[in-house]
Write a protein that binds this ligand. Structure first.
Ligand code: HEC
Ligand code: HEC
Ligand code: HEC
Ligand code: HEC
Ligand code: HEC
Ligand code: HEC
Ligand code: HEC
Ligand code: HEC
Ligand code: HEC
Ligand code: HEC
Ligand code: HEC
Ligand code: HEC
Length: 289
């Protein structure tokens, strides 16, 4: 079979050499010309590749737009990409076929794990974020994470979660891939996610009888990780200035936000016991308003 095919090929080639030189076989007959539908008679793979995955190299151009001429008349009719692709930073890159491995399937793209600059010819915001928020991701190549074009990896491909409560789809509740240390979150982030790293505040609040225990962590520590509110952000100064002037901080009487000091406000308007202030004030703190 193989031999027979080769023989056919050679025979066709012998004929074709004449065609190729546009030689009129017989006087009076128009010179035979080679056109793109002839190629498949002798070449198997390129026409097949183009038919399957040629993309715009199939629909916008023909074999002969790229392959101008044919051996033996034209020795090596292989085009430069720059014959047709110019005018964009992307087209200044070296080694087009290093990524577009096969010109007959131009959208089938493969690259190594250390590509960054080439990506920047089309994607700008990501590198800007990586640089504006330095982290260990900044020094990784784009294709270290995106090893197939367009693919977005799960964080858990490389990292363990903080706890079994936090699933791989939830990392982005707090992290952005290109600025991973700039941790921000929304108002519906469950407190148990914070508890993965902050057991103490979580347990204190859970065991507290004060109304703070009903609040989510992110109700007080809003939006951005490490935000610490002041008591007065929410409460103003609920006691008279005469009292406050003797105490530098609300916490001197109320202990800490996660564990308001022995707070047990009884129902029915009765005054609760004064919080055990370190200063043990003789005066009663002011009542409500
Ligand atoms: C009659 C058979 C035949 C036809 C038809 C034919 N080719 Fe070829 N082609 C060959 C052979 C044989 C070679 C190898 C020639 C050589 O290496 O000197 C070749 C080589 C080539 C090469 C390689 C050149 C290189 O330097 O590596 C290209 C490109 C090519 N053909 C494209 C085409 C295109 C495009 C068509 C259709 C327009 C076509 N061929 C039609 C037989 C054919
Ligand atoms: C967008 C331009 C372009 C189009 C369209 C195109 N080719 Fe090519 N072709 C190339 C380039 C570039 C190479 C060299 C690839 C390499 O160096 O790896 C090549 C290589 C070849 C070769 C030699 C190597 C091989 O793979 O056998 C043949 C034969 C060939 N093409 C035939 C064709 C045929 C037939 C068509 C139409 C069905 C076609 N090409 C369409 C650009 C094109
Ligand atoms: C003879 C002209 C010509 C040559 C040579 C050529 N291309 Fe193209 N290519 C086109 C045209 C026309 C389009 C469609 C319009 C566009 O996207 O610019 C195209 C589209 C593409 C596309 C997008 C395909 C799609 O389906 O969206 C890629 C990728 C591409 N070319 C890569 C290359 C590479 C790599 C080379 C060199 C190996 C090359 N081209 C050589 C003419 C050419
Ligand atoms: C590092 C890998 C890489 C290199 C090197 C590379 N490309 Fe691309 N190219 C891509 C990727 C990725 C795309 C986007 C494909 C998509 O849109 O799905 C692309 C898209 C294209 C497109 C279609 C989109 C457009 O902007 O028109 C063309 C044409 C193209 N490349 C031509 C070239 C040429 C010409 C060269 C060499 C000067 C080259 N490429 C070098 C990876 C590369
Ligand atoms: C020639 C331009 C071009 C080049 C070069 C290019 N891309 Fe793209 N990329 C695109 C286009 C066009 C899309 C699809 C449209 C979109 O979603 O922005 C895309 C999509 C993506 C997506 C998916 C976006 C989404 O929202 O789903 C990722 C991830 C990506 N590219 C990463 C890369 C990386 C990494 C590189 C370098 C290895 C690269 N790209 C090189 C043009 C390019
Ligand atoms: C540490 C791994 C990592 C590195 C390094 C990385 N990315 Fe990403 N990238 C991701 C992940 C994960 C996503 C998905 C984010 C999501 O779904 O919210 C993503 C999303 C994208 C997207 C989709 C749009 C967007 O901004 O969310 C593009 C485009 C992209 N990356 C391009 C790049 C480019 C270009 C570089 C290099 C400058 C790069 N990436 C570096 C992991 C990475
Ligand atoms: C392809 C692997 C890969 C993917 C995917 C990936 N990372 Fe990373 N990440 C790394 C590597 C490597 C480091 C550096 C580790 C080291 O040096 O200890 C890192 C470091 C980090 C750091 C610490 C940064 C610092 O400067 O201390 C955080 C936070 C982080 N990643 C979060 C994420 C999140 C969130 C995602 C998903 C959006 C993600 N990563 C996706 C590989 C990855
Ligand atoms: C509730 C918010 C939140 C969620 C959800 C979250 N993280 Fe984090 N992550 C953080 C905080 C806060 C840090 C500490 C940042 C610092 O040290 O400043 C961190 C740090 C990291 C680090 C750096 C190393 C370390 O452990 O301290 C990695 C890696 C990381 N996260 C990966 C992930 C992955 C993967 C997911 C999803 C499975 C995820 N994170 C989900 C808040 C979150
Ligand atoms: C991956 C572990 C991790 C997760 C998850 C995490 N944190 Fe943190 N958090 C840290 C680390 C590490 C520090 C720095 C501790 C230090 O500096 O001693 C910190 C510090 C803090 C601080 C104190 C800032 C200061 O100035 O003292 C607050 C408040 C805080 N986190 C709140 C939260 C909240 C709210 C959540 C949930 C939305 C959360 N954290 C989730 C690791 C985490
Ligand atoms: C982000 C807002 C916010 C911050 C910051 C905050 N609180 Fe509160 N606090 C509340 C809310 C909401 C309640 C419950 C009010 C209600 O249900 O009537 C509350 C209740 C209280 C109560 C009454 C407790 C009870 O069980 O009746 C005290 C006392 C109190 N806060 C003291 C403090 C102190 C002291 C600080 C600072 C260490 C502080 N708060 C910080 C929002 C806040
Ligand atoms: C009512 C508001 C409020 C709530 C709810 C709250 N915090 Fe705080 N948190 C504060 C305030 C105010 C401080 C500053 C120190 C103080 O006065 O207690 C603080 C301090 C911290 C600190 C740094 C000091 C320390 O105690 O380690 C961390 C970490 C922290 N909070 C984490 C959390 C976590 C995790 C949750 C949820 C389990 C939470 N907070 C719930 C108000 C709150
Ligand atoms: C000298 C001790 C002391 C200091 C300092 C103090 N408080 Fe109080 N606070 C009390 C006592 C005692 C009560 C209970 C009195 C009552 O319910 O009438 C109370 C009640 C409250 C209540 C609950 C009021 C209500 O309507 O239920 C809030 C909120 C509060 N304090 C916030 C603060 C804030 C904010 C600061 C700092 C600006 C502060 N306190 C400083 C002792 C103190």
């Amino acid at each position: 079979m193989r031999v027979a095919r080769l023989f056919n090929l050679l025979a066709a080639l012998a004929l074709f050499c004449c065609i190729g030189t546009a030689w009129a076989a017989e006087p009076g007959q128009a010179p035979a010309t080679l056109n793109s539908s002839d190629c498949q008679k002798c070449h198997e793979k390129p026409p097949k590749d183009i038919a399957e995955k040629g993309g715009k190299h199939k629909t916008e151009i023909t074999c002969q737009d790229c392959h101008v001429g044919h051996p033996p008349k034209v020795k090596h009719p292989i085009p430069q990409c720059s014959m047709c692709h110019t005018g964009k930073p992307h087209f200044q890159l070296k080694d087009c076929l290093g990524c577009h491995r096969n010109p007959h399937t131009p959208k089938v793209i493969t690259f190594g794990t250390n590509v960054t600059d080439a990506c920047l010819t089309c994607h700008k915001p990501q590198i800007e974020q990586l640089k504006a928020y330095p982290s260990k991701h900044t020094s990784l190549a784009c294709s270290f994470c995106h090893n197939v074009h367009g693919k977005k990896p799960d964080c858990t491909q490389c990292h363990k979660s903080h706890s079994s409560d936090i699933t791989k789809n939830e990392c982005k509740l707090c992290h952005k891939a290109h600025q991973p240390l700039n941790v921000t979150y929304k108002a519906d982030t469950p407190s148990k996610y914070c508890a993965a790293c902050h057991k103490r505040p979580f347990n204190l609040l859970a065991n507290s009888t004060a109304k703070h225990s009903k609040l989510a962590c992110v109700y007080c520590h809003q939006n951005k990780h490490k935000t610490v509110p002041k008591c007065t952000d929410c409460h103003g100064v609920p006691h008279p200035a005469s009292l406050m002037s003797k105490f530098a901080k609300c916490q001197e009487c109320h202990n800490i936000a996660h564990d308001l000091n022995h707070w047990s406000a009884p129902a029915g308007g009765a005054k609760p016991a004064a919080p055990a202030a370190k200063a043990a004030p003789a005066k009663k703190p002011a009542t409500k308003k």
